[in-house]
Design a binder for this molecule. Sequence first.
Ligand code: BTN
Length: 248
Amino acid sequence: MLTQRCKNLKRGRERDKIFHKFYSYHSVVSTNEVAKQLLQKNGVPDYFIVSTKIQTQGKGRWGREWWSPEGGLWCSFVTPKISIPSLRAALSVVQVIRRLTPLRAGIRWPNDIIIRDKKVGGVLTENFAPANKEEEKLIIGIGVNINQEGFPPELPEATSLKIELGKTFSVQDFLHELVDEFEKILDSEIIDQIKEVLVLLGKNITAKVKNGIKTGELWDIATNGSLLLREPTGIITELMASEVEFIR
Ligand code: BTN
């Protein structure tokens, strides 16, 4: 009787899950690229996750390479269109780090995950229209440095959970916590939560934009996820994530 009740409860919980399908690999070029290949096939669900232990050509924003050795979490969440996907993913990573560790992780807009001024993770979201389907999809690529013990010299601003805390984490457990967190905030209003974990809010920043540099105070984040920069003239300028390479 009790066993039957447990089974029913479990089924109930499973029914609530949005991501049912996980495609897991040992080594791929990039989980975002694998997601694109899977989307070209018939029968893939609306929501799925691709993860791998190693990426041989992991991609970062602005065409940068993303160093992806064994020990990190390299995954892509595939969804139909949702609002502010990168900030949603970054917030989920921050919440998981804060739940699993004593670290005060934060978001450096638009989607860097930061611990003590160093970068522990990042998000690369791509729109993708599969040739055989009507609907455009989102591929939300998430990288979190978990168990790396060091980084190449060209990445002096990177850190990992292991470097910060001196202990090893289960990458698999982290992924499952991340999926739970992402599902929880998939269609909720998150701007207030973003502001609570936003590093540099109210601070003077330098933003590297396509045609140069903009400076001013990080004034606010708009409901569409844009950054509102208060320039020295007092003018508030809206910067979209797609036009900003980074802020400091
Ligand atoms: C950035 O901060 O520049 C974004 C980094 C995103 C890295 C992840 S790792 C999983 C997914 N696959 C990729 O090739 N990139 C993203």
